[in-house]
Design a protein around this ligand. Structure first.
Ligand code: 1CP
Length: 362
């Protein structure tokens, strides 16, 4: 195991160092959904694949689109091209996409027997195409920058599995949470095991850092967040190997809308906490910066403006974190499909240029 990738560090390891709050010369930057519809070359490859799911299921094409943003911009990390919903798909829920409407499941979890029947898939078997993509991307990267693997959080996956599609009100999830919490806990148990196995398999295939996307934890009350989302992410992180191939595998946890709970999130076993743009980085740093790194948090809407504005907002974000290590620059959520690529170029170069001053000793 692990023999394909002997104990080498990427040539550019600023991401891994920043996640562990070690010194770097600049602030590393990557962008959530950096491979995606704002890039014409992505749309071309997706058209060649036939559909988004076909693209995810083809390791050659998944590798190609993973590398596309890195060919354009000097980003400090690659992120596996896939989707959080391929895991429930491997659990038999039947993922499909309706053009213009987003992801849906053929068999959402509504009946008690469906929930009792649910089980965690074997990633080596049912998610082989993802693991093959991870290994192939690592080979293609040739240790230039580290590769981030990811999964949805147990709770965020449960939201899609129960609603059967994107939701605004989460009526099925909330009615189960308050009416039959035992059933929701049963789903979360299975998801926890599924996510743990899936992330471990990604690490063993070559992922050098991992991220839990808890996109919907922020819809919960504070006590419900701890009970139904955070507790299960903590269990995933407890079960994952801390090191692989002689290197620590840093963990990022991102709860969108989790600004109220930063202290609790910082205690869940992660190395870095992702923050959205509603949080000020200076106050987040004061609250938890002595324990974990911070990742974020430019409003993706800034990228809909112009390069000068982007540079100004980048400088403001870097200044909010201020001097010192342990900041990974990112957006506060995924990049939108209407982003002009030249604004991304301005963002990446501004982060590298403007951040030097905050890393100089003395
Ligand atoms: O039409 C297309 O080409 C599909 C658009 C798309 C893309 C590019 C989807 C459908 N997923 C992705 C890729 C993706 N999804 C990545 C790739 C790696 C990267 O470059 O960053 C990642 C990390 C995700 C994760 C993901 N999928 C999340 C968590 C992060 C987040 O944005 O909050 C969620 C919630 C999803 C579900 C999903 N998949 C796709 C869509 C449009 C959605 C959102 C559905 C909704 O609105 O609820």
């Amino acid at each position: 195991m692990g023999t394909h990738f002997p104990m080498t560090r990427p040539i550019n390891d600023t991401l891994l160092r920043a996640l562990l709050r070690q010194p770097t010369d600049t602030t590393p930057v990557w962008i959530m959904r950096q491979a995606g519809r704002y890039l014409p070359e992505y749309n071309q490859t997706r058209a060649r694949a036939g559909s988004f799911l076909a693209l995810c299921r083809n390791p050659n094409l998944a590798t190609e689109v993973t590398l596309q943003p890195l060919a354009r911009f000097p980003l400090d990390a690659a992120i596996l091209f896939s989707d959080i919903l391929v895991l429930p798909d491997a659990m038999g829920l039947g993922l499909y996409f309706v053009e213009g409407e987003g992801p849906k499941f053929e068999r959402p979890l509504r009946e008690e027997w469906e929930i009792r029947d649910l089980s965690a898939p074997d990633p080596d078997n049912h998610l082989r195409y993802v693991l093959d993509a991870v290994a192939q991307i690592r080979r293609a990267l040739d240790n230039q920058v580290p590769l981030i693997g990811f999964s949805g959080s147990p709770f965020t996956l449960a939201c899609y599995m129960i609603e059967g599609e994107a939701s605004r009100d989460f009526r099925w999830v909330k009615s189960m949470l308050y009416g039959r919490p035992d059933l929701l806990h049963r789903i979360l148990e299975v998801n926890t095991q599924a996510v743990t196995r899936y992330l471990r398999a990604q690490i063993e295939s070559g992922a050098q850092a991992i991220m839990l996307f808890d996109t919907w934890g922020g819809i919960l009350s504070s006590p419900a967040y701890r009970e139904f989302s955070l507790a299960y992410m903590q269990r995933v992180l407890q079960e994952l190997p801390r090191e692989w191939d002689g290197h620590i595998v840093p963990r990022i946890v991102f709860t969108k809308g989790g600004g109220l709970w930063l202290e609790a999130i910082a205690d869940c076993g992660c190395d870095a906490v992702g923050v959205d743009w509603t949080v000020e980085l200076d106050s987040a740093k004061q609250r938890i910066g002595h324990r974990v790194a911070l990742q974020g948090n430019l409003d993706p809407g800034v990228l809909l403006s112009n390069p000068d504005t982007v540079v100004r907002e980048v400088a403001r974000t870097l200044a909010a974190f201020g001097p010192g290590h342990g900041h990974v620059f990112n957006l506060g959520h995924g990049i939108t499909q209407w982003t002009p690529p030249e604004n991304v170029a301005a963002l990446v170069s501004a982060v590298h240029r403007e951040s030097r001053r905050y890393h100089n000793p003395g």
